[in-house]
Design a binder for this molecule. Sequence first.
Ligand code: NAD
Length: 408
Amino acid sequence: MIFKNKDINPYKKIVILGGDGFCGWPTSLHLSNLGHEVVIIDNLSRRNIDNELEAESLTPIQPIGTRLNVWEEITGKQIGFYNIDIANDYDALLNVLSNEKPDAVIHFAEQRSAPYSMKSPKHKRYTVNNNLNATHNLLCAIVDSGLDIHLVHLGTMGVYGYGTAGMKIPEGYLNVKVETEAGESMDQQILYPTNPGSVYHMTKSQDQLLFQYYNKNDNVRITDLHQGIVWGTNTEETKRDERLINRFDYDGDYGTVLNRFLMQAAVGHPITVHGTGGQTRAFIHIQDTVRCIQLAIENPPAREERVMIFNQMTETHRVNDLATLISKITGGEIAYVSNPRKEAIENELNVENNLFLSKGLEPITLNEGLLQEVTKIAEKYAYRADYSKIPAKSTWTKEQQPGVPGLG
Ligand code: NAD
């Protein structure tokens, strides 16, 4: 296609870091399907962690080469792939950026499990080294390349902490009044003070400072998406061929709460609620994740603009209410087990998400049909489940006992 004015070309070159993962793979297909030119960088560390934990995705995910060939076979669209560890191979990362000259980079390439990050000193140190070096290498390489690349990063709602003193969590920035020495009152906006709940969340909190600095010093254009817990498995694109299926984690480390409940109900395992289930969390369906990222790519900040922060979530729920809803739909029984995390027994959570709504997001909310769709996937692949991997074995402190039933 030829565009007379280059500015109206709606198609972009997009490098997707972590494009083989749970959020990255469906995003890569969605953006490729829209006509963008997509290149994935991934060191396949998530697949290696499966080997380490001896836990697999419930769904049979194909090797990355097969995934890419199948996509080309059914759509005629090519997605490029580089196996690079972006935390440890700066030169290779810089080379790809310099050669591919992307308009945008989407950064999913971090260790994303809070329980995994708390397993042992080795896991804490790996998570810090991997996540902080990945983010810093990327920022440094963008500046080094001399290109005006829009960076879209996947952050987490967890950076805010879960106690918000009755206020709505704003989108990244907090309005504060400070008193000057002359006794006058002055309005300021600051990054919402972070309150991470795990080593993993701490790395995401620190990412925010790296973004703020490179944006201020080098005018790097950055959108940071503070995402809620993602649920669901497939998107329009991953449904097109079974070999494109997305991963579905159900183990005690990587299984996120709603998907874990749906899988447990589908295979006849008790729905395990940690603590009282009074924790409130923010959620988003995987189909909305890919739409939000599309909206972020289509609406880049201007060069002089500060880091744009969106809360990428569509609804909040109390964990116990989710367990009760799934038990009602499936007949599964609920089991209360001790909470491996060090956190408040209960919390409220009210979140602003006006920025995505103002850009046209029409949120998919939790409904029975969708829940059943996920349950059907879990039922279909139940034969692959290893029940010994379901309990959470990683604890936040040495004193805690993992998976002991009874609390609540
Ligand atoms: P994932 O583990 O499935 O995917 C991450 C991908 O990045 C993997 O394919 C992994 O191999 C790759 N990767 C990790 N370190 C790398 C490195 N150093 N070099 C190259 N590749 C590397 O995780 P996900 O669930 O897709 O999450 C993606 C991002 O979204 C994460 O940053 C996570 O913090 C954020 N997020 C996820 C959720 C969720 O519910 N899944 C919620 C909020 C935020």
